[in-house]
Design a binder for this molecule. Structure first.
Ligand code: HEC
Ligand code: HEC
Ligand code: HEC
Ligand code: HEC
Length: 215
């Protein structure tokens, strides 16, 4: 090895030692610690459906006697529903937990649009099918054709499981796992917060007068 390259090697070694010292003694100062990112409220990441349908309640081991309507009701003896002057249903105290509000303009506020008046433990569709209380999705589908078609295609509601049916099964939430049949409208929901920026966000530049369109 010649003398020149020796000098070069020593020079490089010294340069690295100086750099190492600079890092060890923190000559440039450390970058400030990033402030801890607060976790998003659990309610925004909760994936459980918005309500527990009767079918889901029983599948989880709930007591079926809660839904034996004929403990109080008699089969084949239809109850005449009473309405007040404003066409609102007058509910007996046994059913005061029901707030019937299905559709605007009271379009669907008759219990017998859905329940079978001859046997309240059954549901009935417009075309005369009788369904169990746990099998309400086809009932909804009998009036909400387009939404039911979307649901069957996996566009409305929630489908989980395998995309490729050859690999495994899939499941789909019934309508009553999200909508309360008696008042199916969703209340407005609070939007989830936006993402956390990695760097401080620069202030948006002030708008030029001529860009203002809504004054
Ligand atoms: C604890 C007793 C009790 C049980 C259990 C019960 N009901 Fe009732 N229900 C009543 C009473 C009391 C009335 C009022 C009867 C009347 O006006 O003649 C009523 C009325 C009704 C009516 C008519 C609506 C109205 O305003 O009068 C419907 C529909 C109904 N019940 C459905 C059901 C269904 C479906 C179940 C089961 C999931 C059920 N009930 C379980 C006591 C009960
Ligand atoms: C007998 C027919 C009928 C059945 C059965 C029925 N619906 Fe409806 N539904 C209606 C009508 C009518 C409207 C009101 C449409 C309007 O106001 O324009 C409505 C409105 C709705 C709305 C819109 C929100 C609102 O209150 O306006 C939702 C959501 C809904 N239904 C869900 C369901 C679900 C879930 C089921 C099954 C548990 C169901 N429906 C069963 C007739 C029905
Ligand atoms: C749009 C259809 C529809 C209408 C109208 C309707 N129900 Fe129901 N009802 C259902 C369905 C579907 C279920 C099963 C819900 C579930 O799986 O969670 C149910 C469940 C019930 C239950 C048992 C569970 C509970 O929520 O307490 C009672 C009692 C009941 N309905 C009474 C009534 C009465 C009384 C009326 C009239 C004032 C009425 N329903 C109107 C569809 C309807
Ligand atoms: C995973 C939950 C979920 C399931 C399952 C579900 N829905 Fe919905 N549905 C929603 C939500 C969320 C909305 C939108 C509410 C809003 O925009 O305010 C909605 C809206 C609707 C509307 C209002 C009209 C519209 O299209 O905006 C109807 C009618 C309806 N659903 C019927 C049904 C029927 C019928 C079924 C079953 C075949 C069903 N839904 C299953 C969550 C669900």
């Amino acid at each position: 090895m010649n003398r020149n390259s020796n000098i070069a090697l020593v020079g490089i070694a010294v340069a690295f030692l100086v750099l190492a010292a600079a890092f060890v003694f923190d000559l440039w100062g450390r970058t400030p610690a990033t402030p801890p990112i607060p976790l998003v409220d659990k309610k925004f990441v909760d994936t459980s459906p918005s309500r527990v349908s009767i079918a889901e309640f029983l599948r989880k081991g709930g007591d079926p006697s809660d839904y034996e309507c004929n403990i109080c009701h008699e089969k084949n003896k239809p109850i005449k529903i009473k309405f007040d002057a404003d066409n609102n249903i007058i509910l007996p105290k046994e059913h005061l937990d029901i707030a019937l509000s299905h559709g605007s303009h009271k379009r669907n506020n008759n219990c017998y649009n859905c329940h079978d008046e001859m046997n309240l433990e059954l549901l009935q569709t417009r075309d005369g099918r009788q369904l169990k209380l746990v099998d309400s999705t086809p009932l909804c589908g009998s009036c909400h054709g387009p939404t039911y078609r979307d649901w069957e295609a996996g566009v409305h509601g929630r489908t989980s499981g395998f995309w490729d049916r050859g690999l495994g099964d899939y499941s789909r939430l019934g309508c009553a796992s999200c909508h309360n049949p008696h008042s199916p409208k969703f209340p407005g929901r609070e939007p989830a917060p936006g993402p956390h920026a990695l760097h401080p966000i620069a202030k948006a530049p002030a708008h030029h007068e001529s860009e203002r369109t809504h004054e």
